[in-house]
Design a protein around this ligand. Sequence first.
Ligand code: C2E
Ligand code: CA
Ligand code: CA
Length: 843
Amino acid sequence: MSALLKFSREHTDFPIIDFLNQSTFDELIAIDLSQDRYRYVYNVDEKYWTPSMEGTYSTFFDHISRHVIHPADQQLYREMSDPARLIANLEANHGLYNFEFRAPTPDGSWRWCEQYVVGGDRQNIPNDLIYYYIYDIQSRKDREEGRNLVPVQTRIQLDALTGLPREKDFYTVAEAILADTRINWLLVATDLQHFKLFNEWYGREAGDQVLEDIGHTLSGIAESHDGVAGYMGGDDFALLLPEKGFDPESLYEKLHTVISEHGASIGFLPSIGACYSNGKTSVYQLYDEATLAAQEAKKDYKARVVFYSSALVEQTAEDYKVLSEFKNALANNEITFYLQPQCRAVNGLVVGAEALARWIRPDGTQVPPVSFVPTLERYGFIPDLDRHIWEEVCKWARRSLDKGHPLIPVSVNISPVDIFTMDVPAYFTGLVKKYNLPKGAIKVEITESAYGEDSDMVRNTVQEFRDLGFAVLMDDFGSGFSSLNMLRELNVDMIKLDAYFLRMEETNARKGMHIIESVVNMAKTMTMPIIVEGVETNEQRAYLMSLGCRYIQGYYFYKPMPVDGFESLICDPRNIDPQGFFFKFNEEFHIREFLSDDVYTDSMLNHIIGPAAIYAWHGDDVDIIRFNQQFYQAVGVSDFNERLYGIQQYMPEQEIPLLRETLQKAYNDRLNGASALLTFNKIDGSMARFLIQFYFMNDDGNVKRFYGAARDVTSIANLQRQMDLLSRFVSRTVLFMTVKGDNYSFEVVAHGLEKDMGLTKTEMEHELNTAQFYKRLIPRNESVMWKIGFKCIESKQSITERFMMQTVAGETMALVIDGDYVDDPLSDVKCILSIRKETVQNP
Ligand code: C2E
Ligand code: CA
Ligand code: CA
């Protein structure tokens, strides 16, 4: 009974129950021991798992203490809440005692609670009645978390955002935990991919929210597994817990859920590295190993959880082998480059090329760059490769020009290590001079991740290159560090995006599209031209074009090829685009460019600003077979999905021929399409008017398909009509007569006779609508306005009448009134009345 509170003994004459009743407890349960009943008097909704709100106490107790409470706390709970012991406990403790235990929450995590048990005379509580007050003490526990584990002098300060100990404190606590070598511990390191980008897209607040939620998730796990979690800064977290009973895959799922709750997609997946302590006690070593494993997990979009293993260590041995072999390969001329054409997306004509290193062994086998470039980079030997390739490329460019081949700008790759270890722009200046190359022969690709490292150094290098007249491409844009601001600052000439996301398996392809679209949009707002590499299919090409990407490098057009192949390609002028790259993004995005293709994607539809749909015309019917979100909103009809077949049914009959004529026109003029102002009924009886621009897409047998970009001109159409009228009637007073059911009203839309009548527009409108205007008529004739109005409406004709009125100044004025019936299903204005002076007619 160590947990029993001595509190009440010191406050014997103070009924603690008053105090408890005013405190913020989460639950209050009343137990009637004589009846063996319990009842929840109060219960915070959905915070804890709760059984039925009342019932038999002994059953409740049995169930709770066996199945609900955290296993480690069950014994204590039994001691404290056993119906057979409650009275004795209370007596021994002056009617009040408390204890702490962990209770489950609906999301499956544990939460520390404190239960006060109160009963007896001392507390002014009727006999046999006992109250349980239950409090949430999780945050107190959190604060205390480190206290038991760390030497007293180092108090743990939790990170304000994540609620976790920070790196240093985590190490301290973890070190203490690891000292217990009887347990095999598991250290998990997590890393969120592209988190900077996440902040950029979804906002800092959302980013912080994700970190906070992850912190919360991890502390829950640490809590329930008797481990510790830490926030290692940036987007890195660590978790140390007993190996038994924990599956890092479940952590992956949890983190994934947290991230997707904030709207993010595949590009922001967490990667998880894990390692077992196996008797090791250095947390630093374990964290390094887990981080190494997390790096490995990052590389593979399928294996998101990677365990540190000796294989990862063997990697090091492998690396050394690669390095020593590479030195020889360089000396033996085994290292050369291939060229991969960069093309205009529309027609595949060559506008440039990228030089890609190739290691070809004497026996003809190739070592792919992925198995030596990263190693060279890791160990700082990449400049040896790059200088060699740059020189070879320049040498080749000279030879090619000497052979009379056209100048095709070739990209070379620059690694961040190059930038940090040598003056790259100066080196290039030297090369270009040495081989006497014209401006524009060489462009440079710098991988985006370089910009994340030492931005000043990279920024200066980019600037120098551009000042020297070399175009700079940002390689692998969107892969990790890019942010819109960074892009603005860096001022590169072109962005290179990897279509990796499009090549993902079916289920993720959609998410991949989302990523690409966002990145492309980001680039477009900067008016930055984009080249997409890794494009393999026509579908991808069409999709990317629909987004506005103009250049493509990928197997769809050409694989990387030896220089001979490239030369024979470019010596045929039909293969090359003489215009080359446009580095200024001054071309409009032409819808027709992709309409010639049969491919259309959701994205294409969603991307074009404004409502758009695809129409299928067959026989008498016109169906909508696809539409975008904006279209749906513009139509504003809730059961729109049921109104897609035979859309002509939802149009005024007299307009149906116009729809067909327009489609026919668009069919005949594929290039320009055709447009018409069309009206559609809404469910509420009102009408919407769209100006739709149709383009013919394709024809399969009986069905012709059209793309239609719509503009909702409902309000504009009405306004237009008013404007027409106003210009016609400047010297007149014009009234709109609106009829809705049995009610009619007037609106003065133009008041050319204001001075003559001596009435302002508002005054006149007021008098007309409150039946006071008739007093001004001679003879007093209340009916003249609406009589003419209704006559027009009934006869659907124009009517003219004469009448006299007395002006405000007291003069008599002869007037002519013309009533025009309005034939517009869109409008409630049914008649337009225009009033002019009789004298105007007789000059
Ligand atoms: P990178 O600069 O992003 O180069 C593009 C890679 O995508 C090339 O791989 C290219 O062959 C490949 N690729 C092009 N089109 C397609 C496609 O349609 N589908 C697929 N799946 N892949 C396509 P590669 O040649 O294996 O080079 C890999 C990486 O090695 C390069 O990525 C670059 O980071 C590095 N690298 C290659 N050569 C050099 C070099 O001379 N210097 C440096 N520093 N790095 C190089
Ligand atoms: Ca590249
Ligand atoms: Ca790339």
